[in-house]
Structures are given as structure tokens and as C-alpha cells.
Design a protein around this ligand. Structure first.
Ligand code: C5P
Length: 236
């Protein structure tokens, strides 16, 4: 068996080196975690569903002119990506109030946010990913002023594109998280886009079709991801 060196193992993915220095392999695991890794379970097929889902979304975004690290899907659980130098800032856009926003600001879940709101969080497990602002990003050198502006612009552009894409599948894109990185001096969208990192509600029933099913013990997690994938036409 070939021995591969994992460069990094996260909660839901393993990152491997590839034969090309500028490229990496993302391996999507079945592991699903919530609450800073306090709750972890293996959900059969989740890795392959998220790999296919992510490929579909990244290819769509690329076709619409968004620079992404995605190169191609390699097999059921793995994809080839450009090797970015990651920026340790999570960009969250919200079209409806849910999750941490409802707790932090006392806004009722489901309230339509117009215009959509944007938040930044520091990617730091030990500090539990605290919310930060653009001044923090500049002062502590996590990204340049140009990068902050580019992250803001691309995140809002991705929101416009994906809100419309999911609406066609009778789904409300409630919120999602993006991560960016640098590749030869340019900003690229990195990480993944899957129901693990966004909230999706059925447009009529408002049923949750994302990782909140896992966080809230609602059951049928992978079944909901599959339903979303099927509505979008993701080949599985
Ligand atoms: O928890 P919160 O409500 O701030 O999450 C906002 C959105 O960002 C949700 O869709 C959540 O799944 C996603 N998120 C993520 N990874 C994190 C934090 C949030 O994918 N570390």
C-alpha cells in the first residue's frame, strides 16, 4: 500500500501533498463535528456526498468568474486543488438570522437580513473562532487592506450567485462560510462549499437541510444533503 503523508488533518478533511508542488489533494471524511469538536460522529457516505457537492459548486463559481483553488475531482472522496497560503479569516455572509447571530444579537431565527450581513471570524480553535473586525485584521496583519476588500467583494458575489442557484432548487441559502488564500500573489477561494458549512432551508416548509440537522440531533443528515444534491443536479 502506498504511504501518503498527510500535511494536515482537520475535522472533516485530510490534506495530502500531490506529485506537483503547487497542488494538494483534499480527502473528504465521513467524520462530522460540531461545537468545537465536542460532538463527532461518522456519517456513512457524507465524505463522497460533500466531495461531489463541493466540486459542483466550485465549478459553477469558476464558470461565473470566481477564482477558486479547485482543479478537479479525482475520485469519490478526493479532489485536486491549488496549494494556497491560507488566510486565517472566516468570511460569513447571512441572508437570514440563524445560529450564532441569533444568540449574539437576540434576533429571532429566520428574520430576513436586508442587505445581507457580513461577519469575519478568526480561524483559531483554541480561541473558539472569535468574531473579529476589519481593523483587527489590519492591525494584526492577518490580511492586507486590498485582501480584505477582495474577500468582502468575492463573498458578496458568491452570495448573489449561490442564492439564485439554490432558489432554483427551491432552497433558501440562509448563511455560509468561505475561506480564502493566496496563490502566486492572487486571492483565491479555498476550503470547501458543502452543507457542512452553510445553512439551507426548504423554501416552503423551512425544513433544515444542512449541518444543523446534526447539531440539533434532527436525524437524516446525509439524507438531507443527498436531497439538496439531487435538487441541484449534482452527479452522484
Ligand atoms: O455558527 P454561525 O451561525 O456563526 O455559522 C454561520 C455559518 O457559517 C453557518 O452556515 C455555519 O455552518 C458556517 N460555519 C462554518 N465553520 C465555522 C463556523 C461557521 O462552516 N467554523
Amino acid at each position: 500500500m502506498s504511504e501518503r503523508q498527510a500535511l494536515y488533518e482537520g475535522k472533516a478533511k485530510i490534506v495530502y501533498a500531490s506529485s506537483m508542488e503547487d497542488e494538494l489533494i483534499l480527502h473528504f471524511k465521513d467524520d462530522t463535528s460540531a461545537f468545537d469538536g465536542e460532538k463527532v460522529e461518522q456519517l456513512a457516505r457524507k465524505g463522497e456526498v460533500n466531495n461531489a457537492f463541493n466540486a459542483f459548486i466550485m465549478e459553477y463559481l469558476q464558470s461565473e468568474g470566481v477564482p477558486t483553488h479547485f482543479i478537479r475531482r479525482l475520485d469519490a472522496r478526493e479532489s485536486l486543488v491549488r496549494r494556497l497560503e491560507m488566510i486565517l479569516v472566516e468570511c460569513v455572509v447571512r441572508n437570514r438570522a440563524a445560529g450564532s447571530l441569533t444568540k449574539r444579537l437576540g434576533i429571532e431565527e429566520g428574520r430576513i437580513l436586508e442587505p445581507p450581513t457580513l461577519e469575519f471570524f478568526l480561524k483559531n480553535d483554541a480561541l473558539h473562532d472569535p468574531m473579529i473586525n476589519t481593523a483587527h485584521i489590519r492591525t494584526f496583519g492577518w490580511a492586507s487592506a486590498e485582501e480584505v476588500e477582495a474577500m468582502r467583494r468575492w463573498t458578496m458575489r458568491v452570495n448573489t450567485l449561490l442564492k439564485a442557484l439554490f432558489a432554483k432548487a427551491n432552497l433558501i441559502l440562509v448563511d455560509f462560510k468561505l475561506e480564502f488564500g493566496r496563490f502566486h500573489g492572487e486571492l483565491y477561494l479555498g476550503d470547501e462549499f458543502s452543507p457542512d458549512g452553510c445553512r439551507l432551508w426548504d423554501a416552503q416548509s423551512l425544513e433544515k437541510m444542512d449541518k444543523d440537522r446534526f447539531r440539533r440531533n434532527l436525524g437524516g443528515v446525509v439524507e438531507a444533503y443527498l436531497e439538496v444534491a439531487q435538487r441541484l443536479g449534482v452527479p452522484l
